[in-house]
Write a protein that binds this ligand. Structure first.
Ligand code: FEO
Length: 208
């Protein structure tokens, strides 16, 4: 008797009309099991793995910023960046779980080392804001790719990341502006440090 596995090896699973043409236009990714019905195209899988690496780098960067703020005795700001780094790890896991759920292959790559020093608390937050703007560009490009690949599931996942980027850029922008207002006023910096030290982790939904 023909098993389901044998049937799929021969490409025997029933497919809706037009699927063969779609497969030619959008080649599917391979995965370790060699599943014949991978749910991501090769291009989409590669781009999602690259974004997973970029989110890891974000976590690394914020951990490094936290260490710098510890070194200048801004413990509240250091705590804020520690939480930021943990949020980035939640983004990593969101992508990891999504690739797995789509029967894709997670390909972890080396993570670049982030800078370790900045000129001032304002310079740290300006660098963090510039980094998030860069991440937003990446997410926008990923979303355009999902559209081009007709990958509606990935497009839906990316809507969450788009909203997250709006929030992250807005919160960093507020802190940058407050630091500019506090320039030359140590008491204001002290108060801001205390306020940022109260941040708590808001876990991201882990699923796709
Ligand atoms: Fe996950 Fe702040 O980008």
């Amino acid at each position: 008797m023909e098993t389901l596995i044998e049937s799929t090896k021969e490409g025997g699973l029933p497919r809706a009309g037009g699927c063969e043409q779609l497969e030619n236009d959008y080649p599917v990714a391979s995965n370790p099991r060699g599943d014949p019905i991978a749910m991501l195209t090769s291009k989409m899988q590669e781009a999602l793995n690259a974004q997973l690496n970029a989110e890891y780098y974000s976590s690394y960067l914020y951990l490094s910023m936290s260490a710098y703020c510890e070194s200048i005795d801004l413990k509240g700001v250091a705590h804020w960046f520690l939480i930021q780094g943990q949020e980035e790890m939640a983004h990593v896991m969101k992508l990891f779980n999504y690739i797995v759920d789509r029967k894709g292959e997670v390909r972890l790559q080396a993570i670049d080392g982030p800078p370790t020093k900045w000129d001032s608390p304002l310079a740290v937050f300006e660098a963090a804001l510039a980094h998030e703007q860069h991440v937003t560009e990446r997410i926008n490009k990923l979303t355009e790719l999902a559209l081009a690949e007709h990958d509606h599931a990935t497009w839906t996942l990316l809507q969450w990341f788009i909203s997250e980027q709006v929030e992250e850029e807005a919160s960093l922008d507020v802190i940058v502006e407050q630091l500019k207002l506090a320039a030359g006023a140590p008491a204001a910096l002290f108060l801001l440090d205390r306020e940022l030290g109260t941040r708590t982790l808001t876990p991201a939904p882990s699923g796709g």
